[in-house]
Structures are given as structure tokens and as C-alpha cells.
Write a protein that binds this ligand. Structure first.
Ligand SMILES: [Zn+2]
Length: 224
């Protein structure tokens, strides 16, 4: 778990590689379906266009379906799911049916101001869609896209990455994620990790340690 821009995707991918487990990102699955204009993609797009999060049923359906694949037999990492209390409860049911239990919920903690700082530094190529970040991964000259096919194209700040839009998304995030955090805290599954430092390797190492010591409970305090 973690707000948009907390580094969830990056850390989930790294953990997946380190443990040889599939990284299941509902956001990636949604995006793929939208890009390929599948029936699912059209349903998701309708929600996004209406300014809503994907409904619980849709996200649960996708996850349940993905978990039936062979590579999930020995475990998996969920990224971007559950995103509401309803989804968290459905996940508990799914796991019960599968005879599995959740090992750990890792919550990446980053202040809102830091998230705004990180996300307003994003720059997108209007030609190829590639995303750069002035703080972490700037283009070569910081102004133009690096791709040879985009020669001379100036990177732009997308509407989505403007401060007011980000603050609004953060509000939505906090209102839906707090009940989930409580839900997992009560179960003794929640581990909060201080993800404020921009040293991604250090954060990965902390997460690795937590996973190695799971299922030892760590529902209290923040590990850094
Ligand atoms: Zn480009």
C-alpha cells in the first residue's frame, strides 16, 4: 500500500524479482486492457472518464482471475489492490477459498508534500508518452525527449501531474486507504515502512527484511 508516487510499483517489482514471485498490478492490468480496447478496458475507461475509481467488483474479478494462473501457486505480490475496505474484505474471502493467508501488508509512508514534490517533477513526452522525472530520471537535457523518433519534442507537465490535481487524488487516497490500514492493523498484518528517503535500495532492503521475518507481526511503529 502507499499513495500514488510513494514508490509502490518500483518496490513491488523489485521484490517480485528478488523472490521470483509475480507482481500483480491492477493498474497495469487496467491500462493494458484500456490500450487494447477490450470489453474490460471499456468498462474501466467509463469509470475513469466519470472521475471514479474502478468499482470493487471489477477489481476483484480481475485479481481473482489473475490468481488462477500457474505462476501464482507459490505466492504473489499485489500492488494497487485492495484499494477499498470492500475489496479488502473480498480479498479475505478469496484467500479463504484458496486456502491461503496473507503474509504481510506493507505500507509505504510518504508525506503529502513529498508526494507533491515528486509527482510535479514528472514530465511526459507528448509524442511517445514516455514519462521522465526531473528528480529521479530526467531526460538527457531535462527538456526534450531522448527517443530518436521524438527529436526536438519538448516534454510537458501533464494536467494529471499538477499540484491541485495531485492533492485531490491524495485526499481520495487517504479517505479510502485509512479504513484498509485499520483493517490490517487489527489483523496484525500491517508493516509501515518510512519511504521518505529517496534511496530506493535502502527501502528495498528494509522490505526484504520484513518479508524474510514474516509472518512475525509488526503492526506497530514504522520501520526505516
Ligand atoms: Zn518521446
Amino acid at each position: 500500500m502507499g499513495a500514488p508516487g510513494a514508490g509502490k510499483g518500483t518496490q513491488a517489482k523489485r521484490l517480485g524479482r528478488a523472490r521470483n514471485l509475480p507482481h500483480i498490478s491492477t493498474g497495469d492490468i487496467f491500462r493494458w486492457n484500456i490500450e487494447n480496447d477490450t470489453p474490460l478496458g471499456r468498462r474501466v475507461k467509463a469509470c475513469i472518464d466519470a472521475g471514479q475509481l474502478a468499482p470493487d467488483d471489477l477489481a476483484c474479478e480481475i485479481v481473482a482471475d489473475r490468481l488462477t494462473e500457474d505462476d501464482c501457486r507459490d505466492g504473489y505480490i499485489l500492488d494497487g489492490f485492495p484499494r477499498s475496505r470492500g475489496q479488502a474484505e473480498r480479498l479475505s474471502e478469496m484467500l479463504r477459498e484458496r486456502g491461503e493467508s496473507l503474509d504481510l501488508v506493507i505500507n509505504l509512508e510518504v508525506s503529502d508534500d513529498e508526494i507533491v514534490h515528486r509527482l510535479t517533477a514528472r514530465r511526459t513526452c507528448p509524442h511517445c508518452g514516455r514519462i521522465y522525472n526531473l528528480l529521479f530520471a530526467p531526460s538527457e537535457d531535462g527538456v526534450h525527449c531522448d527517443r530518436p523518433t521524438c527529436e526536438g519534442v519538448t516534454l510537458v507537465l501533464r494536467e494529471d501531474d499538477r499540484e491541485d490535481v495531485i492533492r485531490e487524488r491524495l485526499q481520495v487516497y487517504h479517505s479510502v486507504s485509512e479504513p484498509i490500514i485499520e483493517f490490517y492493523k487489527k489483523q496484525g498484518k500491517l508493516c509501515s515502512v518510512d519511504a521518505m528517503p529517496t534511496d530506493r535500495d535502502a527501502i528495498s532492503a528494509t522490505i526484504e527484511d520484513l518479508v524474510n521475518s514474516a509472518p512475525a507481526s509488526c503492526s506497530e511503529g514504522t520501520t526505516s
